[in-house]
Design a protein around this ligand. Structure first.
Ligand SMILES: *Cc1c(COP(=O)(O)O)cnc(C)c1O
Length: 342
């Protein structure tokens, strides 16, 4: 069974992006955030490809995500740490928890849990132990593999980055952690002194460009959809829900098998485009749940059953749709066939 919509996933671009980020990480090892099912691409296929490139540090959010990757036998850290409900799976050794709270630390120590990672909050006020907890002995007795923190504004040129860097640097030598890790994708762009021993890119692996420093990153994901119907819309007729597009002249239109339920957001209404042989085919009217109309005046040869690629360079797609590059990736739906091209 095949679906009328598919994601074309570029293995070479994924590998290139990881190698680029690894080179920019200089002395540090380069890991990969593969939470949210590899940002929508499919975590298993992403991990296989990055492991083949030499990536040895993978990050997920939950233990269910870690369990999915367990058969691959790669080192995984679970960013959200351990709840009581997670302990059985965590103690089975399929992944390391990233301990975020005093209660998580206590739980892990009491269970004799073994190697773990620790997250310290250096100003984002999202997850992590307070710096003071590092000094009050809370971490004593833990076997810490990686001490980490997370940058709040790495995609902006603001003083908060330097403040977080200084706070994190101040933790050096104050725990028994073997490694320190601070930078996400945008953090890698801030320079080598942000890389420490290990970087944790996510977005940029998958073609996201959070800052100009990462301009070399290549597009990985291209959504493609089949034409379900082709029609001529007469001058002054409208297209789609709420009739937001009125044809200025007779217009050739293709209706594509993709919509906002697939992650092709309503923000692309009258702003998105498909491409065919170098010609742009603009979206006409509102994006529906399962369908979208594009102008095919420039492609008379296209008909029912033909495939079209939607423009999906992430920085531009984010500007057009009003969504973040992260949302554009992680909302890619279950109806796509995910087709990796090697
Ligand atoms: C998601 C996440 C990352 C990856 O961030 P990107 O901005 O996608 O590169 C790194 N570290 C932590 C703690 C995260 O939660």
């Amino acid at each position: 069974m095949t679906s009328p919509l598919r994601l074309r996933l570029d293995s070479a671009a994924l590998a290139y992006n990881w190698r680029t980020l690894a080179a920019m990480s200089a002395q540090a090892a380069c890991g990969a955030a593969v939470k949210a099912d590899g940002y929508g691409l499919g975590a298993i296929e992403v991990v296989k490809r990055l492991a083949a490139e030499g990536c040895r540090d993978f990050f997920v959010a939950t233990w269910a995500e870690a369990a999915l990757l367990a058969p691959l036998g790669v080192p995984v850290s679970v960013l959200h740490g351990v709840r009581d409900e997670d302990m059985e799976l965590a103690l089975s050794g399929i992944a390391r928890p990233v301990l975020n709270t005093p209660a998580q630390v206590t739980r892990w120590k009491a269970a004799g849990g073994g190697a773990c990672d620790v997250m310290v909050d250096t100003g984002m006020n999202r997850l992590g132990l307070a710096v003071a907890d590092v000094d009050n002995g809370l971490l004593e007795g833990l076997a810490i593999e990686t001490l980490m923190s997370h940058l709040a504004c790495a995609d902006e040129d603001v003083a908060m980055n330097d403040r977080q860097l200084a706070t994190f640097t101040g933790l050096f030598g104050r725990t028994n952690a073997k490694r320190m890790s601070l930078a996400n994708s945008a953090g890698i762009g801030l320079g080598r002194h942000y890389a420490f021993d290990l970087t944790r890119p996510g977005l940029a692996l998958y073609g996201g460009v959070p800052s100009p420093e990462l301009g070399a990153i290549r597009q990985v994901v291209t959504p493609e959809a089949q034409i379900l119907q082709r029609r001529t819309v007469r001058a002054d007729q409208t297209i789609g829900y709420n009739a937001t597009f009125t044809a200025p002249a007779d217009t050739e239109v293709a209706i594509l098998n993709i919509g906002y339920a697939d992650g092709y957001f309503r923000g692309f209404s009258n702003t998105g485009a498909a491409s065919f042989e170098g010609k742009s085919l603009p979206v006409l009217g509102r994006v529906s749940m399962d369908l979208v109309a594009v102008n095919v005046d420039a492609a008379p040869q296209l008909g029912e059953g033909d495939w079209l690629a939607l423009d999906n360079a992430l920085p531009e797609a984010a500007r057009r749709s009003g969504m973040s590059q992260y949302e554009l990736l992680t909302s890619l739906g279950a109806r796509f066939d995910r087709v990796w091209q090697d």
